[in-house]
Design a protein around this ligand. Sequence first.
Ligand code: NAP
Ligand code: BLA
Length: 331
Amino acid sequence: MIVQSPLRVGIVGTGFAAQRRAEALQADGRSQLCYVTGNTPEHTDRFCQTFNISALPSWQALVDHSGLDLVVIATINRDHATIAQAALEAGKHVIVEYPLALDYASALALLALAEVQNKLLHVEHIELLGGVHQALRRYLPDVGEVFAARYVTVMPQAPAPRRWTYHYADFGFPLVAALSRINRFTDLLGEVISVNSQARFWPASDPAFFRSCLCQAQLQFRSGLWAEVVYGKGEVFHSGDRLFTIDGDRGSLRFDGETGVLIQSGENQPLEVGSRRGLFAQDTANVLDHLLTGTALYVHARESVAALKVADAARHSVKTGQPVSLESFDG
Ligand code: NAP
Ligand code: BLA
């Protein structure tokens, strides 16, 4: 699927991810950023001024524009699947920020559509490119056989903002929206066979929003290992955490934010961890390399969809109050 440069690109969204994408695309001579479409007119105008490009009136107009080769979807989660479908049907290559969709069945259909259309469907997973994950991959063999793993991210925020990340329908189920949490585990530890999950929401005065959520899930891997994910944010929390730990029979790995340590027989070895900056640029360069020269992608959409299956099964587990077996789960 090798294509000609410069690739003509349109972006849906004007927020943090869209800005990092636009910078990366403009810094790379192999792509030409042509159009954007946004939500609030003032934000769209500012984006157009910053990047010296024009706006289109809607995402429909952008995906149907005959002058574009690639569509970058960097808007709210609710719209990812709908826009990706329309872009693929219009014959465009697609980059979408995770999650690809809010449910597993829609994601699976998009994988099939990309195949039929013979277009790239790339789901960004910058957490895999970050320093913590690179260090986890590198030192995982040193802990021996893994018997426990835990990833806790808790972000206190008061007052909770009235933005899409606190809106039930725009954000989606928290472990779907924060899919990187599960994707880190599946990347490191392999296939999940069953999920048990609990979630609690604290409603805001406007019923479309919550002011806090706390969601946890226990993932059972084929190896027998149980891992735990905790995701919380909002007003009810008075302290925050970003903690990743893995315990094996020969040692433990522990990351508190960007500070990592390998612990073996009571000895602590501090681990060098690269920064969280420049990750969208790395993702963009990897996709351009892939499209223009055929080199491998760092992550395939089917891996993202496999993680999404686990996240959607967690949502199902919350709904039913029962553990969900992944083998028989089809969304
Ligand atoms: P953001 O800065 O809040 O930007 C959100 C974008 O969506 C803005 O263009 C915003 O436009 C638009 N938007 C907000 N509400 C909308 C609505 N109701 N209808 C239509 N558009 C709406 O968010 P972000 O961090 O860039 O996240 C964008 C996507 O990237 C999300 O799917 C997120 O999961 C994913 N992602 C982000 C990161 C990251 O580091 N930030 C990392 C991985 C994945 P207005 O500002 O005009 O409302
Ligand atoms: C992931 N960051 C995300 C996601 C959202 C945000 C919506 C996807 C959902 C999730 O995984 O939780 C939004 N992140 C923010 C906002 C801030 C933030 C609004 O830090 C406000 C400061 N992303 C940023 C900034 C950095 C950043 C400023 O917006 C720091 C340089 C990094 N965000 C970052 C990374 C991920 C992410 C590396 C991947 C998640 C992971 O590592 O697991």
